[in-house]
Design a protein around this ligand. Structure first.
Ligand code: F6R
Length: 612
């Protein structure tokens, strides 16, 4: 969602800020702005629309602050309170014009605070919840910015990641967080602040992650870390291990395409060093339970949202099938609010690419509060869920910039399978079976590579269906979550209405919608239940719906009589989701491309959903 960047150093702030915002464009936004401080004056440029428009505004500016400042703040806004327009765009100034702030998160009691300010003659001018905070900071100011910030923060309820500056103290930036990530980049003679490491990575690899209720005061003397009571705190500097260019799209038309093609390497990284062929098991250092502790795990609850939840479903099936441990997957928001029953022998696994999804984070807190063993499965290193769960497993998929999640899903499934294997080997799975599964997991990059070589064939199928407006994806068993994920991919980037259904469920209502322009993608791979799904696909065909059959290599005959066929490598049922989903990702991508959609930044979507 929204992106924050701040710069304090010796270089031209406006350039670094706009470039930082460009690097965070993938998060989803609808307006942007920067404020720079020079010679006791704050200069502001902001607009509704894209970073290229902001850049044009900055380039055209004759404001001395924008031209000369070496200190400033910037923001990309994903509208929550009030439409995306210039007034609602950040940075916001207070009524005096002496204070500027960028804010991520939601101020829940903003109406109450706004009314309170009005009683003291301070009027807000925007529709946003954020503006009340900078008005409050301005109101609380008595000569020291960090005092005013902490005073104001004590009066608000909600979540925030903020960066604030004032022309009363021109050599200072103050940043603070509660629920919205803030990372500091410590460079030579400069400090950057951002909500996302991608804005910092070109300048430095040394990062300090703020924790909730931390505040950092950045001056020429360096960075001072404080809590909201102003007691000094220590946060260690960690090295960010992104490869150069990892967050650039290179020669690919879109990040999504690049990330789909990165999957063999990404999965390779996710499994590297984690398979123990001798013992036929997986070694996940974040899940360092002894065999005895593992044997005591009574149930595995998996929580997540969207694509991550779909990966969790594959994990649920694998854990039950292989380890014989009862397992359930639940949408994280539902889990957090329905007062789930949790026992001390429950293992709760939170899956999140970003590690910042608000509902998944809240589910983690609820599970911890109720005494469960909690583990996080995240991609973004240092993210809140990764840090709060402690006992976590990183995906090592590298930065995922395309809003539609691709390589994170296949890496999440890879890690879930290794987790199931580890649990299974301490229960009922014999060593030789474990060894065989290790072999299949190790082959997953090669299976995905095979699907990617069919890019052109899948593109040809996609072009046939690019103009449809409704689609169904059906599957059973391990392919049911893949049907859900295939439909999610298509709807989010092509805006075609797509529904993922259990193949058996189609007859219980949705079949009424089928007609000659409603294609059905039927997942007919060679796994238990194939014949039943085949029958369901025939029922669709009998209602004139075109059927795109996804089948296993060597079993192409299954597709006879259907309209199109996509062939994926034959592999054991638990492995099938990985190559199959890659075929569906490519299908969705090429349909969206044929429709001329904005693939990397689909309308209304954000990469990291940090509000409920
Ligand atoms: C879909 C997609 C979303 C995310 C969901 C959870 O392509 O990306 O459905 O999977 O918002 O995000 P994370 O995994 O960051 O918790």
């Amino acid at each position: 969602m929204c992106g924050i960047v701040g710069y304090f150093g010796k270089r031209k702030a406006s350039e670094i800020l706009v470039d930082g915002l460009r690097r965070m464009e993938y998060r989803g936004y609808d307006s942007a702005g920067i404020a720079c401080l020079f010679d006791g004056q704050i200069g502001l440029v902001k607009n509704a629309g894209k970073i290229k428009d902001l850049r044009a505004g900055v380039n055209a500016s004759t404001d001395a602050s924008i031209l000369n400042a070496t200190l400033g703040i910037g923001h990309t806004r994903w509208a929550t309170h009030g439409p995306p327009n210039e007034l609602n765009a950040h940075p916001h100034l207070d009524a005096s014009g002496h204070f500027a702030m960028v804010h991520n998160g939601i101020i829940e009691n903003y109406k109450e605070v706004r009314n309170g300010l009005a009683q003291h003659g301070v009027e807000c001018i925007s529709d946003t919840d954020s503006e009340v905070l900078i008005q409050l900071i301005g109101y609380c100011y008595q000569g020291n910015l960090e005092d005013a910030v902490s005073e104001a923060l004590k009066k608000i309820k909600g979540t925030y990641g903020i960066v604030v500056m004032t022309d009363h103290e021109p050599g200072k930036l103050v940043t603070a967080r509660c629920g919205s990530p803030i990372v500091l980049g410590i460079g030579k003679d400069e400090t950057l602040v951002a909500s996302d490491a991608s804005a910092i990575i070109p300048h430095t690899r040394d990062a300090v992650y703020l924790e909730d209720f931390d505040m950092a005061v950045i001056t020429d003397d360096g960075v001072e870390m404080l809590d909201l009571q102003h007691a000094p705190i220590n946060r260690e500097v960690t090295a960010m291990d992104w490869e150069e260019g990892a967050a650039e799209k290179g020669d690919y038309a879109h990040f999504m395409l690049k990330e789909m093609f990165e999957q063999p390497d990404a999965i390779g990284n996710a499994i590297r060093g984690r398979l123990d062929f001798d013992m036929g098991t997986a070694v996940l250092s974040g899940l360092d339970f002894s065999p005895r502790e593992t044997a005591l795990i009574g149930r595995v609850l998996v929580v997540g949202c969207g694509t991550s939840m779909h990966a969790g479903m594959v994990g649920e099936y694998a854990i039950e099938e292989m380890a014989g441990i009862p397992s359930e997957v639940e949408q994280a928001a539902e889990f957090r609010y329905r007062n789930p029953i949790i026992t001390p022998t429950d293992l709760v696994v939170a899956i999140s690419q970003s590690g910042e999804t608000a509902d998944t984070l809240a589910a983690v807190r609820e599970a911890k509060h109720k005494g469960a063993i909690v583990s996080g499965l995240c991609n973004v290193v240092g993210s809140t869920i990764a840090r709060e769960t402690g006992r976590g497993v990183y995906l090592h998929a590298g930065p995922e910039i395309g809003v539609a999640s691709t390589k994170a899903f296949t890496c999440q499934v890879s890690v879930m399978l290794m987790m199931a294997l580890k649990l299974a080997r301490t229960r009922r799975m014999p060593r030789h079976e474990g060894e065989e599964l290790c072999g299949w997991i190790e082959r997953m990059p090669e299976l995905v590579e095979k699907v990617l070589t069919q890019n052109d064939a899948i593109k040809a199928v996609a072009q046939k269906y690019a103009q449809c407006e409704d689609t169904f994806f059906i599957g059973r068993g391990y392919l049911f979550p893949v049907a859900l994920e295939g439909a999610l991919k298509l709807k989010e980037i092509s805006y075609i209405h797509a529904e993922g259904y259990h193949a058996a469920e189609l007859k219980h209502g949705p079949i009424a919608l089928l007609q000659e322009n409603t294609p059905v993608v039927a997942l007919l791979n060679n796994i238990p239940g194939k014949d039943k799904t085949l029958g369901n696909a025939e029922e669709c065909k009998a209602r004139n719906a075109p059927v795109i059959a996804v089948v296993s290599e060597g079993d192409e005959g299954v597709a006879d009589g259907f309209d199109d066929v996509i062939v994926v490598p034959d592999c054991p049922p638990c492995i099938t989701p990985v190559p199959t989903v890659v075929a569906l990702q490519l299908l969705a991508y090429h349909i969206a491309a044929a429709r001329g959609c904005e693939i990397d930044q689909p309308r209304n979507l954000a990469k990291s959903v940090t509000v409920e």
